[in-house]
Ligand binder design. Structure first.
Ligand code: SF4
Length: 240
């Protein structure tokens, strides 16, 4: 995608929402880190349901360590992979207390050393909690980057590096959220909603998805198809 098109792509997403925020609920950098760790292969809505009551009583690493793994599981048992996630959250909380003065570190190296924290989680925390211009590539951004031709890549790291390169500086702070929201609500995995897409003329994806038909049009189409099938089954008249 040409630089002018990339600029226009972001400009239109910015026009729709100037300063998008994460849909995960959090109170401080620590609760953000915990929420992001819990959100792996889970929906933000599901995580928020569990963390609402949890963060009402636990908002620091010390309190999490005091709560303990068994009790933590009772709060997060509705989230997928909760056993492994509970173990990681307790372990990373202990490290924060012992090695970082109970603060969330603001560097990728330190974050990625924490249990359950990979590159994507570190990027989200650096961007949301510390305002760094990182772009965390999740499944939505990976899809949007490839489909649109803006940042094609075989794996998340390739897409991330490409996005770093092509995203104009003025859009870097919010690029992550603009692309996630676009992928989550418009450029949907199963069927992209191209007919209502704000960047349809900039995107390389083909063929573009047309608007779904009305119920009446669908009914008529099904009727026509059924009539065709019946006609095909009827024996043709023999010649005399
Ligand atoms: S035109 Fe379709 S494929 Fe391209 S970004 Fe929009 S929704 Fe996605």
């Amino acid at each position: 995608m040409k630089p002018e098109k990339v600029f226009e792509f972001y400009r239109r997403l910015r026009d729709l929402e100037a300063a998008p925020e994460t849909e995960l609920k959090y109170i401080n950098p620590y609760t953000l880190l915990v929420a992001v760790v819990l959100s792996a292969q889970a929906t933000d809505v599901g995580v928020n349901k569990a963390t609402g009551p949890l963060f009402a009583v636990v908002d620091t690493p010390e309190k999490m360590v005091a709560l303990g793994e068994a009790k933590l599981k009772t709060y997060i048992k509705t989230i997928g992979l909760f056993n492994a996630k509970a173990k990681n959250v307790i372990a990373l909380s202990k490290i924060l207390v012992e090695e970082h003065g109970s603060q969330v570190p603001a560097t990728r190296e330190a974050l990625e050393k924490l249990p359950g924290v990979g590159r994507k989680t570190a990027n989200v925390v650096l961007n949301v909690a510390f305002g760094q211009h990182t772009i965390a590539v999740d499944t939505h951004i990976f899809r949007v980057g490839n489909r649109t031709g803006m940042a094609p890549g075989k794996n998340p790291l390739e897409v991330e590096e490409r996005l770093e390169k092509v995203t104009p500086p003025e859009f870097k702070q919010h690029a992550h959220h603009w692309l996630i929201l676009h992928g989550r609500y418009v450029c949907i995995a199963r069927m992209p909603e191209c007919w209502r897409c704000p960047v349809v003329d900039l995107c390389a994806y083909k063929p573009k998805m047309p608007a779904p038909q009305s119920e009446e049009a669908q009914r008529l189409k099904a009727k026509k198809k059924a009539a065709k099938k019946i006609a095909a089954k009827k024996p043709s008249k023999k010649r005399r």
